[in-house]
Design a protein around this ligand. Structure first.
Ligand SMILES: [Zn+2]
Length: 442
């Protein structure tokens, strides 16, 4: 670093890479037949020899988890590796008593993706891989307890390149990932339940280093960030800490740190391991995986139209402003986006429908006619040509009622209105039907 450069936030820029861990909503755990839904289960009741890590127990990979990871990878713009495998990542920790975690190293399921944020910033993804979660340790009355229910739950890890220079973009990306996972229906990613956890690798560099594409010689990893708000606070606190060190002429050490929410500072946890420390080697109990092109094509077919594409289509087709389209796809799930399109195609105002569906949650479950009523106060979802056609058909099918009406039986009109309403599935106001029917009968 340049010595004559003033050590300020302006001169030292943040370099941030993310590791996002998330649980998939598979039926079974990653390598055994235990139930993967472990929320609020009695500790150590959802376990077996495999996920307890007992010697001799053999892991069998969960196909559903592999497929869901590949779906996510494609949705994040990654390509799928045709050859992939699981590796052992060695480290010892009380929550991992077998001494290694089954993860992926050299051949992850998915690699090199790009996700564009709403502000146009492109997030480059290095890899998306699949591994097993570890047990949970908790401390009570000076003792440490272990709960193995979480051990073996399928865990996806998304690793970005150190691409962020603004923590707000990093938060935005995490929110986007959460949204995409839910949109795809492959995970609940509830952060309060530990189903999504964030880690940020942070270092600082000068403008000159940035221009040369150089990174700092160290990075500090902030572990287990469990909310978007804490991420922003933790990163800002860590940037301050690193700046203070630079002012003293000290280069920060490579280490893992946690965020102390009460004090608003990061605290050292342990020195950060490098890949060589993990002594990765191929998991000998699981054969390597080969995915042929027809399998990969079948996965591609499973990907629904994604929010980003839907957004662009809505702007083009329904002429709504970009900002509103962004809010639509960020606030409505797949089914509600379908409802939005359906209502707009029935002739309702595209902007009005969007605003109501976003802001008035109570309207989301309304049937078409009620929704239309809510929006415009008038039911006119069926155009005149269609109405004429339906009425013509109703009169043909109910000639007795028509004759009765012409003979002065006024009740028959109500019957005919009912028939037309039934045929239009209620997407029109009875008044309008009555008016058109009287015209047809005259
Ligand atoms: Zn098990």
């Amino acid at each position: 670093m340049e010595n004559d450069l003033k050590i300020t936030k302006e001169n030292y820029k943040l370099v941030l890479g993310l590791e996002i861990h998330l649980h998939l909503n598979t039926k079974k755990k990653m390598f055994c037949l235990c139930n993967a839904d472990i929320w609020e289960r009695e500790p150590n009741t959802v376990t077996c020899p495999v996920c307890l890590g007992l010697p001799g127990a053999l892991p069998v990979p969960n196909e559903e988890a592999i497929r869901k990871t590949q779906i996510l990878g494609l949705a994040l713009g990654c390509s799928l590796n045709e050859n992939s495998r699981f590796d052992r990542k060695h480290y010892f920790y009380p929550d991992l008593p077998k001494g290694y975690q089954i993860s992926q190293y050299k051949q992850p399921l998915c690699k090199e993706g790009v996700v564009e944020l709403d502000n146009g910033f492109k997030v480059e993804i290095e890899r998306v891989h699949l591994e097993e979660d570890v047990a949970k340790s908790f401390h009570k009355k000076g003792k440490t307890f272990l709960d193995f229910n979480k051990s073996g739950v399928p865990l996806v890890e998304i690793v970005t390149k150190p691409i962020f220079s603004d923590v707000k973009d990093a938060v935005e990306f995490c929110k986007k990932v959460q949204y995409i996972v839910r949109f795809l229906g492959i995970g609940d990613v509830d952060m309060e339940k530990g189903q999504m956890r964030l880690e940020a690798n942070i270092s600082l560099r000068t403008k000159e280093m940035e221009e040369k594409g150089e990174l700092a010689s160290y990075k500090v990893e902030i572990k287990n960030i469990n909310s978007f708000r804490f991420m922003e606070r933790a990163v800002n606190a860590e940037v301050e800490r690193q700046l203070e060190l630079f002012k003293k002429g000290i280069i920060p050490v490579q280490e893992n740190r946690g965020f102390d929410e009460d004090k608003g500072v990061t605290v050292s946890q342990r020195s950060k391991e490098e890949a060589k420390d993990y002594r990765y080697f191929p998991e000998p109990d699981i054969p390597s995986m080969v995915f042929d092109s027809s399998y990969i094509e079948s996965i591609k077919k499973e990907i629904p139209e994604l929010p980003y594409n839907i957004k662009n289509r809505f702007i083009a087709d329904y002429k709504i402003p970009n900002e509103l389209a962004v809010r639509l796809v960020n606030n409505l799930n797949k089914d509600l986006l379908k409802k939005y399109e359906h209502m707009v195609k029935l002739g309702l105002d595209a902007t009005k429908v969007a605003n109501v569906l976003i802001n008035k949650k109570e309207t989301r479950s309304m049937p078409d006619d009620e929704f239309s009523n809510y929006i415009g106060g008038e039911k006119n979802l069926i155009n005149d040509d269609k109405l004429e056609e339906v009425i013509k058909k109703a009169l043909e099918l109910n000639q007795k009622a028509v004759a009765d009406y012409k003979n002065g039986k006024k009740n028959s009109l109500q019957f005919l209105i009912g028939q037309v309403m039934k045929e239009t599935k209620g997407n029109i106001s009875p008044d309008k039907v009555k008016e058109a029917l009287l015209k047809a009968l005259s």
